[in-house]
Design a protein around this ligand. Structure first.
Ligand SMILES: [Zn+2]
Length: 229
């Protein structure tokens, strides 16, 4: 269906209605070269919707039985430019409701996605935590949690987010624990701050790291010797 919407003009000069003689007019139609106000043109019940929101405009137009295009002449460009539409108030209200529901639906979907991502991350963290405590039963719980959270941090590319981390590769889990011990339980970071080259610093703290890992591997925090005895 090809609709020919009435064209409403925002006059640049002061114009009066040729029928009721009211003026100056903000908006008018032109009939037989004469300005006619919107009330006389039976468009007075319509409300102005400025252009800009495409979805709102489309919905308001589709819901309006009668609507009009509002234009203004641009002298510099010597052409009429669309300012917006005149639509039925009820149609505009309906369009605004629909757009709001869209926005709410989008927000709800974003929230659901976020919850799902959080659940995945929490799942990875929990699995990592369980694996850390299985491999290192004497690792303090807060340290194990810290390592698991750190390793599974979203978008970090750390062990928990790598393919190896997801499959809980023993080597990857141990690497995450070793890295934590290196930073927390050895002077590694201080050595780096003192200008010790990374490889030298690693070599120097390696025995201390292995000592901590040995302790953490023991069950129940007791030495294997005591367990045997
Ligand atoms: Zn009039």
């Amino acid at each position: 269906m090809d609709l020919v919407a009435p064209v409403v003009v925002e006059p640049l000069r002061r114009r009066r209605c040729s029928e009721c003689h009211r003026g100056p007019l903000d908006r008018m139609i032109v009939e037989f070269n004469a300005p006619v106000c919107l009330d006389c043109a039976d468009l007075g019940h319509l409300v102005f919707l400025r252009r800009g929101d495409t979805a709102l405009t489309r919905r308001a137009r589709e819901a309006s039985t009668l609507w009009a295009v509002v234009v203004r002449h641009n002298r510099r460009r010597t052409r009429y430019e669309r300012q917006g539409l005149l639509v039925e108030e009820a149609a505009l209200a309906e369009a605004e409701r629909a757009c709001l529901e869209d926005a709410e639906a989008r927000a709800a979907r974003r929230a659901r996605d976020a919850v799902r991502r959080a659940a995945v991350d929490a799942g990875i963290t929990a699995a990592l935590l369980a694996e850390i405590l299985r491999l290192f039963p004497s690792c303090p719980a807060d340290r194990a949690t810290e390592i698991a959270v750190h390793a599974s941090a979203k978008g970090s590319g750390r062990v928990g987010r790598t393919a190896a981390g997801r499959s809980l590769d023993r080597g990857a889990v141990t690497a995450a624990v070793r890295a934590s011990v290196r930073h927390v339980d050895t002077p590694y970071d201080s050595l780096l701050m003192q200008g010790v080259p990374r490889h030298q610093a690693r070599t120097r703290v390696a025995p201390a790291i292995e000592a901590v890992l040995r302790t953490w591997r023991q069950d129940g925090g007791t030495t294997s010797g005591r367990e045997r005895g």
